[in-house]
Design a protein around this ligand. Structure first.
Ligand SMILES: CC(C)(COP(=O)(O)OP(=O)(O)OC[C@H]1O[C@@H](n2cnc3c(N)ncnc32)[C@H](O)[C@@H]1OP(=O)(O)O)[C@@H](O)C(=O)NCCC(=O)NCCS
Length: 179
């Protein structure tokens, strides 16, 4: 006889369906709209700035223009600024680079930022962005990826944990600089 008690994985799938917006409401993710990941182009910057402003509530146009100048054309140096495009709409981005011997550690990949439009989340976009940048790190010859996140940002922590990331061997330290 089949049990009427929902299994945890079935329950999670049901909850996820409830939380996920229907595909037709996700910009550019109408049925059949394939997701592609590619290096950022200047024409993507407005969408990137908008997504960042949605997440942080601060529009930082100068910051993003300067980041674009530093990262957009620097694949050869191990720097990557990738966007996720659904249909013809940028719905997420990831930024990172390979850093050599930073904090005394052998070269490894660092992910500095990963963001997906709030109305396009829970559809695997960040997973694909992370995979794409990790593939590039691997090609650059490194076998480790690291990131840093705010202690109270449980959303980004849940995401990175879901990808297999664990507490690393470093701890951040800081102090105020007196003027
Ligand atoms: C974190 C973020 C990038 C995830 O993007 P996403 O495209 O929705 O992620 P995915 O669909 O690939 O999710 C992969 C896994 O992450 C975890 N996850 C994602 N969103 C979650 C949520 N709201 N609650 C719990 N777990 C979550 C799940 O384990 C999920 O796997 P599952 O769908 O099989 O359960 C997105 O929510 C975001 O941009 N948040 C703001 C990021 C931020 O604060 N950036 C500033 C610092 S860089």
């Amino acid at each position: 006889m089949m049990s009427k008690i929902a299994r945890p994985d079935a329950e999670q799938k049901r909850l996820k369906r409830k939380l996920s917006p229907p595909a037709s409401t996700v910009p550019g993710r109408q049925a059949g709209a394939a997701l592609s990941i590619r290096p950022v182009r200047r024409g993507d910057l407005d969408a990137v700035i908008e997504i960042d402003a949605m997440v942080t509530d601060i529009e930082k146009r100068d910051y993003w223009n300067s980041l674009y100048r530093r990262y957009a054309d620097s694949v050869a140096t191990g720097q990557h600024f990738l966007v996720a495009v659904a249909g013809d709409e940028v719905i997420g981005f990831v930024i990172g680079e390979v850093r050599d011997w930073e904090f005394g550690s052998p070269p490894c990949g660092w992910v500095f930022a990963i963001d997906v439009r709030p109305d396009a989340r829970l559809a695997g976009t960040a997973t694909q962005l992370l995979k794409a940048i990790c593939d590039r790190f691997r090609k650059a010859g490194v076998s480790k990826v690291r990131t840093m996140l705010a202690r109270d940002n449980t959303l980004i922590l849940s995401f990175f944990r879901s990808q297999g990331m664990m507490i690393g061997p470093f701890i951040p330290l800081e102090m105020d600089l007196e003027s």
